[in-house]
Design a protein around this ligand. Structure first.
Ligand SMILES: [Zn+2]
Length: 243
């Protein structure tokens, strides 16, 4: 427990026990995933699942700092697991080297209590939104594009979902590829803070409000929005388009 002394001074023993027992699924071991993984491993989250079907590329290393040049060509899940094992070998890490889809999500998601959206495409983010609602798992969404990013938290069937926020978004649209580490790690650190608050049930969550960050202006804004009663994903009698 000496390792977590500074956590415990702030949060208490009971909270640290909850953190050690927590089961968090991290969807994506790229830029957002690197910072979320580093934060959860530091906090002592005892069970971490990592989904990613990509391998480490040299162009990832401007932001994906848990990987390294030595790991180029290696599966990102395995590379992430090695990083966690070196940093905190008490953590139980499971790798899912798969592309999440309607046929495989249940076996992956069932063992976890909370999901972090660290994916990098609209298509995968909307799919994850549906999976979280269908399996009733809280989901912390995060996204980055250029110099800006956003975070919000979804408590299934209680608070607004990603489709409520973006009813007309085209899932096939591409997210701007240019991205820099300070923006990604800022957004992912806030995302990790939301995960922690869910685990220890403290503070106020970013539900029904989107936190946006503009790195050029160093400006944060909170934009309130409501659950859409006609949302095709989270209204009563929902229809899951992708599942
Ligand atoms: Zn919705």
């Amino acid at each position: 427990m000496e390792r977590y002394r500074r956590n415990i001074e702030l949060l208490g023993n009971d909270a640290q026990e909850k953190i050690l027992k927590a089961k968090v699924l991290i969807a994506g071991a790229g830029g957002l995933g690197s910072t979320v993984i580093a934060n959860l491993a530091s906090l002592g989250v005892g069970n971490i699942g990592i989904i990613d079907c990509d391998t480490v590329e040299i162009s990832n290393l401007n932001r994906q700092y848990i990987h390294s040049a030595r790991k180029v060509g290696q599966k990102k899940t395995e590379s992430a697991k090695e990083w966690i094992n070196l940093y905190n070998h008490f953590i139980n890490v499971k790798c899912f080297d798969i592309k999440l889809d309607c046929t495989n999500y249940e076996a992956v998601v069932n063992d976890y209590d909370i999901i972090a959206d660290c994916f990098d495409s609209y298509k995968s983010k909307f799919l994850l939104n549906e999976i979280a609602l269908k399996t009733n798992k809280p989901l912390v969404h995060a996204g980055v594009s250029g110099f800006s990013g956003q975070v919000f938290t979804i408590i299934p069937h209680k608070t607004a979902c990603l489709r409520c926020l973006l009813p007309d978004a085209d899932e096939d649209e591409n997210i701007t590829e240019g991205v820099i580490s300070p923006v990604v790690s800022t957004i992912a650190s806030i995302q990790a803070g939301e995960l922690l608050k869910i685990i220890i049930n403290t503070g106020e969550l970013l539900t029904n409000q989107l936190l946006t960050f503009d790195a050029l202006k160093t400006e944060f804004k909170k934009i309130k929005f409501e659950k859409n009663i006609n949302c095709p994903v989270c209204k009563e009698g929902e229809i899951y388009e992708n599942l």
